[in-house]
Design a protein around this ligand. Structure first.
Ligand code: ZN
Ligand code: ZN
Length: 351
C-alpha cells in the first residue's frame, strides 16, 4: 500500500512537471511566432494608394474600457496624420500597426482635454518609435502652443533618461517633443496630392473649434471634431466620401442625468444636462450627411457609447431614416479605406 502511494505521488509530480514545462514550451513557440509575424513588419505594405482612416479612439470623456478618447489617424498615400489624441489612443494606434515613422503632423480640433490627453504619449512615441530627428508639427486652435509647451515640460525629465539610456544616435535630442502652430479657419496644408483644410465650428463655450477635410486623388474624408448641428459644416463636407461626425444621444444622456439626480449625484446630473447643447444628435449628424450628399457617415465620439450591439439601435434612433448613404458606428480598431481611382469605401477591423 505504501509502495502504491509512492508511485502515485511520483506520477503526480511527473505529470505536473510535464504540464508546467510543456506549457512553457508551447508558450515559447507561440511567442516566437507572434514576434516573427509582427515585430518590425510594415502592416501597411499591401495597402492600396488612397486614404486610410484608423479609428484610434471612438469614445468621449466618459470612462470606457473598450474605447479610447477621440482619435482618428489618416494615411494619405504613404504619409500619416493624426487628428486628436485622446487618452489610450496611442496604444490603439500601435496595436493597429500605424506607421509612426511616417507621421507627418498632428492636428487638434479643439483644446478640450479629452481630445489631447494622449499628446504626451504621442510625442514620446513619435520620437522613439518614429525615430524622429525633428519635433512633431502640431496644429491646433489658439492655445495649442501653451498645451504643447506644457506637455514638453512634463516630459523633460523622461527625455533626459531616454537619451542617457539609449544614446543620442537613437534617442536623437533634436527629435523630442512637438512644434506647435496655432491655426484658424481657412488653414490649408498641401503635401503633394493631399490637401488638408480647416473650418471653424460652433462648440461654445469653447472659443476655437475646428473641423478638418482631407482631399487626396479624388477621395475625401471630413472630420467634425465637436460641434453643434451645422449646415455650414454640411457645405464644407459637400460630396465627401466619408464624414466622421461626433454624436451624442440627448434622450440617453437625459435618462442618465435623471437617474444620477434621483440618487443625489447633483453635480454629475448637471453635467449631463449641460452637454447636449454643444454636441450633435445621431439624427442631426445624419441630416448633415444627407445635405452634404456624402457616401458614408461614421459616427464617433459616442456619448454615451453603446456597450453592446443591442443598444446601438437605441443610440442611433431614427438616424437611418435621415440619410440615404451607409451609416456606421465607429469602433476602436476600425480601418476605413478609400482606394484612389475607385468609388469604394472598405471597412476592416484591426483589433
Ligand atoms: Zn469631446
Ligand atoms: Zn469638446
Amino acid at each position: 500500500m505504501k509502495r502504491f502511494g509512492l508511485i502515485a505521488g511520483l506520477l503526480v509530480i511527473a505529470f505536473g512537471a510535464v504540464w508546467i514545462f510543456g506549457q512553457r514550451w508551447i508558450g515559447e513557440r507561440v511567442f516566437e511566432r507572434v514576434v516573427e509575424q509582427r515585430a518590425g513588419v510594415d502592416r501597411t505594405a499591401e495597402f492600396a494608394d488612397g486614404l486610410h482612416v484608423y479609428v484610434c479612439g471612438s469614445g468621449s470623456p466618459m470612462t470606457d474600457a473598450q474605447r479610447a478618447g477621440p482619435c482618428l489617424a489618416v494615411l494619405a498615400g504613404r504619409d500619416g496624420y493624426i487628428f486628436d489624441v485622446g487618452s489610450g489612443s496611442v496604444r490603439k494606434l500601435g496595436a493597429m500597426g500605424f506607421p509612426m515613422d511616417r507621421l507627418d503632423a498632428t492636428f487638434l480640433t479643439h483644446l478640450h482635454s479629452d481630445h489631447l490627453d494622449g499628446l504626451g504619449e504621442l510625442m514620446l512615441q513619435a520620437w522613439m518609435a518614429g525615430g524622429r530627428s525633428e519635433p512633431l508639427p502640431i496644429y491646433g486652435p489658439e492655445g495649442t502652443d501653451r498645451v504643447v509647451d506644457g506637455f514638453m515640460q512634463a516630459y523633460e525629465i523622461d527625455r533626459g533618461y531616454r537619451i542617457a539610456h539609449h544614446g543620442p544616435e537613437v534617442a536623437r535630442p533634436t527629435g523630442f517633443g512637438g512644434v506647435a502652430s496655432n491655426i484658424d479657419a481657412g488653414f490649408m496644408l498641401e503635401n503633394g496630392d493631399l490637401k488638408i483644410r480647416s473650418m471653424s465650428v460652433d462648440h461654445a463655450p469653447v472659443d476655437n473649434a475646428l473641423a478638418f477635410r482631407l482631399d487626396y486623388k479624388g477621395r475625401s474624408v471630413v472630420i467634425s471634431g465637436d460641434l453643434k448641428y451645422s449646415e455650414e459644416f454640411a457645405r464644407f463636407s459637400q460630396g465627401a466620401d466619408v464624414i466622421l461626425h461626433e454624436a451624442l444621444n440627448p434622450e440617453m444622456v437625459g435618462k442618465l442625468g435623471a437617474t444620477l439626480a434621483a440618487r443625489g449625484n447633483i453635480d454629475a446630473a448637471k453635467i449631463m444636462a449641460d452637454i447636449p447643447d454643444y454636441h450633435t444628435s445621431p439624427e442631426d449628424a445624419a441630416r448633415v450627411a444627407q445635405l452634404a450628399e456624402a457616401k458614408v457617415l461614421v459616427l464617433y465620439h459616442l456619448v454615451p457609447a453603446p456597450p453592446v450591439r443591442l443598444i446601438e439601435s437605441v443610440f442611433l434612433g431614427d438616424a437611418g431614416e435621415q440619410f440615404d448613404g451607409r451609416l456606421e458606428l465607429a469602433e476602436d480598431g476600425m480601418l476605413i479605406s478609400l482606394p484612389a481611382g475607385s468609388e469604394q469605401v472598405e471597412f476592416d477591423q484591426l483589433l
